[in-house]
Ligand binder design. Sequence first.
Ligand code: DGJ
Length: 506
Amino acid sequence: MEKDGRHALLVDGAPFLVLGLQARNSSAWPSQLPKVWPAVEKLHANTLEVPVSWEQMEPESGRFDFTIVDALLREARAHRVRLVLLWFGTWKNGSSHYIPLWMKREPQRYPRMAGADGRRVDSPSPHAADFLAADTRAFRALMRHLKVADAQRTVIMVQVENEPGTWGGLVRDHSPEAERLFAGPVPDALRARLQVKAPAGATWTEAFGKDADEFFHAWSVARYIGQVAAAGKEEYPLPLYVNAALRDPLTPGPAGTYETGGATDNVLDVWKAAAPAIDLLAPDIYLEDSARYRRVLEQYARPDNALFVPENGRAPFYARHFFTALDKGAFGWAPFGLDFTAYANAPLGTPEVTDEALGPFALNYALVGPIARPVARLNFEGRVHAVAEEKDAHTQTIDLGRWTAVVTYGVPQFGFGRDPKGNPEPIGRALVAVLSENEFLVTGAFCRVDFKPSDPALQREFVRVEEGGYEKGVFRAHRIWNGDETDWGLNFASGPQAVRVVLGTY
Ligand code: DGJ
């Protein structure tokens, strides 16, 4: 749902916050699920993102096997968790390794892309009609099955393909069909979207110059996936998205040094024009640098694109940036691969998945879980603010109109008067959601949150500070903070606490 350029994912009729975990690539098998659910529980996740693999789902052409999908539905419901299904179809990380065996046996019919010299590379051609027809039929079958098997809407969203595009330097397909299209005119929908100045009938090169190859590939991949998505949506209109392997948001380098064809930041409009059935384009963030992390969020949070971060690295660095994502309006977020199936994608993540590795991520969801529904609604209304600590920023402020929230890191819980020196590692985070002019929901970890009236003649008073959470839409306090707990501001350590605060002045 969209309003004034802000977005919400509706689940059971109300904005929902995806507190996600993405399972590893080979973790959806019933034999592995006993190693996945404990991680979901430890994380306090409310959603599992999990693959559906084409090779398993269509073992023979036209015969579909939904036993794994059904097991996922059954077990997710038993664990009271929602699902985001990841369709590992034509593309998985730029290759087509998940296509069924009967397709792998016919590489001429289901071809890989060709380079300018005719040599094939390990990436599917988006210009192969039989390939597109096969994927469309399979995805349609999956969505048709979900419509019947999931009346209770355990599945809240489906990702179409996985990080589609091409790695390895080849920027676009050079198959005969690709060459024919590339020499032809730029399609009208793209001309209109990008407000192309070149005259009608201009070719890709005439219209886009040095970007022609890259834009052509993005258009081709997006057109293909847009058609797969549209067919699925016709069966069952769930929200659909495509995830992207990013290019460096600050110093991108030339096409070919990153995955081309996918929804990188420079071709989001190409994707929007080519694949209207895709509801949103989502960044997978594996960039351990806060400036880059923030920039990616800015690039993908657009009035025409809801922000969802389906994959994050699982190193401790990423955990606090869940809060950065919320601040930018994200309706969901997930670390990748934090299950106990004994495979580690180091150097992208921690070498081993242990309870300790889960800790910083579990803390996020323990903090926000009890207030998740109101946070989702308030975020849709633009009333959620959040910060994450940085090595060189020990004090951060949030402008709330009548108030400024002041978040400090590395101060003792008791007493004023010490300069914040930061935590030994920047692990602090805080969230302030505006309920009304003087009333806020606040949560955080390893920080102090205080409020300053914008009128300097006035002083802040904590009229009431209640710790608790929401049950069935109503805030239930289980204690009132006062005395040491409020005399020096609101101090949050590692205990998951959320408070409702009423402020006054004197
Ligand atoms: C991004 C992909 O989308 C994931 O499926 C996985 O391959 C990770 N990279 C690396 O572990």
